[in-house]
Design a protein around this ligand. Structure first.
Ligand code: S5P
Length: 265
């Protein structure tokens, strides 16, 4: 039962998308969101087929795919749905509300297939309404993850900014939670304190091989991130660049699920 596995997160976090995520995580025993940063549709499909059973969420950057087609994408989304995955477009919207609203349409039409999107709150809280109205406009439901921290070296999301994002985001029903910095479990524990129990924290910057990544990316340990209050580990190269994505995905799934059990026990 999800309420037993998730403890207070289940009872306090009643956002529909959060509940869907927590249910999938329990069905598949994984807290892994795959950052599927492959450049071709074929590469992406191969990943979904290989590691689909061991992940709960498929995170995309639709604009980095070189051979993107609308028909191909519709097919890919339907394969992802059959694999019991939430689809998360990591678009990091940042413009004013009315423009972000329009950017949910356009050629990629994110509003028609994404369950979740990321946004910065730099332009103020109306961005969340802009994004939620876009989903509503096409009869869909979705939720926003706000960037409260980042994993990259030298980023400008400092404590005061983080706290303002959390205080605005905590009040908005369209916000399912926050992106936190998985590479630093101390900062993450502080973020969890500020957020409280009612929203999710999802963390990139985790890898079983901790340390520095490419171009300023930093990595921390996935178990520590979950013990510090993360509800979902976002793993990219740790899976898609490993010699065996399947074995790696299984390992991240095991580590993440065990850590949740340890946290909630
Ligand atoms: O602060 C952040 C926020 C995000 S969403 N740092 C990140 O790395 N991300 C995303 O997580 C990034 O866009 C990429 O898709 C993924 C991390 O990939 P990895 O290969 O470094 O694990």
């Amino acid at each position: 039962m999800p309420e037993d596995s998730w403890g207070e997160r289940w009872s306090l976090c009643d956002n529909n998308m959060a509940r869907k995520y927590m249910e999938i995580a329990c069905r598949k025993k994984t807290l892994v969101c795959l950052a599927a940063d492959r450049k071709t549709m074929g590469g992406l499909l191969e990943l979904i087929e290989d590691v689909g059973p061991y992940i709960a969420v498929l995170k995309t950057h639709v604009d980095l795919i070189e051979d993107w087609t609308q028909e191909g994408w519709v097919e890919l989304c339907s394969i992802a749905k059959s694999a019991d995955l939430l689809i998360f477009e990591d678009r990091k919207f940042a413009d004013i509300g009315k423009i972000s609203n329009k950017q949910m349409g356009g050629i990629y039409d994110v509003q028609s297939w994404a369950d979740l999107v990321t946004a910065h709150l730099i332009s103020g809280p109306d961005i969340v309404d802009g994004l939620c109205n876009a989903w509503k406009g096409v009869g869909n439901e979705g939720a926003v993850l706000l960037l409260a921290q980042m994993s990259s070296r030298g980023n400008l999301l400092l404590e005061d900014y983080t706290n303002s994002v959390v205080s605005l985001g905590n009040k908005h029903p369209g916000v399912v939670g926050f992106i936190g910095n998985g590479s630093n479990s101390k900062d993450l524990a502080v973020l969890r304190e500020v957020v409280g129990g009612g929203k999710m924290i999802w963390t990139p910057g985790v890898n079983l091989a901790i340390g520095e990544g490419e171009l300023g990316q930093r990595y921390g340990d996935p178990r520590e991130a979950i013990l510090a209050g993360s509800d979902c580990i976002i793993v990219g190269s740790g899976i898609h660049q490993s010699d065996s994505p399947v074995n790696s995905a299984m390992e991240y799934a095991r580590v993440s699920w065990d850590a949740l059990c340890e946290r909630v026990s």
